[in-house]
Design a protein around this ligand. Sequence first.
Ligand SMILES: Cc1cc2nc3c(=O)[nH]c(=O)nc-3n(C[C@H](O)[C@H](O)[C@H](O)COP(=O)(O)OP(=O)(O)OC[C@H]3O[C@@H](n4cnc5c(N)ncnc54)[C@H](O)[C@@H]3O)c2cc1C
Length: 210
Amino acid sequence: MPEVTLISITPNAEKVIEDAGRTAYLSFHRKGKNSAKKFIQMLIRCGHTSVLEHASATFRIRGGSRSFTHQLVRHRLASFCQQSQRYVSEKEFKFIIPKKIKDNPQAKEIFISTILACQEGYATLLEMGIPKEDARYLLPNAIESEIVITANMREWRHILSLRCAPSAQWEIRKICLEILKLLKKEVPSVFADFEIQEDRESAQITNISQ
Ligand SMILES: Cc1cc2nc3c(=O)[nH]c(=O)nc-3n(C[C@H](O)[C@H](O)[C@H](O)COP(=O)(O)OP(=O)(O)OC[C@H]3O[C@@H](n4cnc5c(N)ncnc54)[C@H](O)[C@@H]3O)c2cc1C
């Protein structure tokens, strides 16, 4: 299972969002102990989600495949830093085996022997003096890669609405569900309309706007 760690989140994120948003209405006098929750849910209901951009969160993800990271980095409003295959040797690389392959002995054997051949070929190229940046061309999509992602709460809602949905691929869905669980704990009012369906390993949004 990939490891998802929350590195950082805007301190008092819900209060920061409320404080910024109330500027639009000059309604600071309406702030109270529990007012942020109601206010943020009102913003989301009426589609005023730009206010959510005032808070952001950063996660480190270890143990996901390069297939997964390739999907994640398509999200253009997020910021990334990823383990480099130019600077880090992949001689001892770990890899992900999809469950449907793991559960099929013949498929598993083909998969593992092909990966091991890639690993051996990669190591041989390095020993021949081929630079890492060239040897990496034979590395598989299954290879594990580490990545850090930062996004604001509006973009997190967007990413998680796409990637936690049942139509998303299983690996990115699994990892994004972990992120969603952590964000639901940290900023519950921002993700109150994301309902996690444990039995289907997915999440559904109950609100119309994102
Ligand atoms: C189930 C699924 C299957 C997919 N299959 C494929 C596939 O087969 N091939 C493929 O290439 N990709 C595929 N993708 C990736 C998809 O095409 C998007 O690149 C990815 O989901 C990022 O989404 P986005 O552009 O909405 O979001 P982000 O890049 O996170 O941007 C967030 C939002 O900002 C706005 N925005 C960002 N940039 C611009 C811009 N330049 N102009 C205008 N508005 C902008 C948009 O409103 C956008 O929704 C798939 C994604 C999913 C979820």
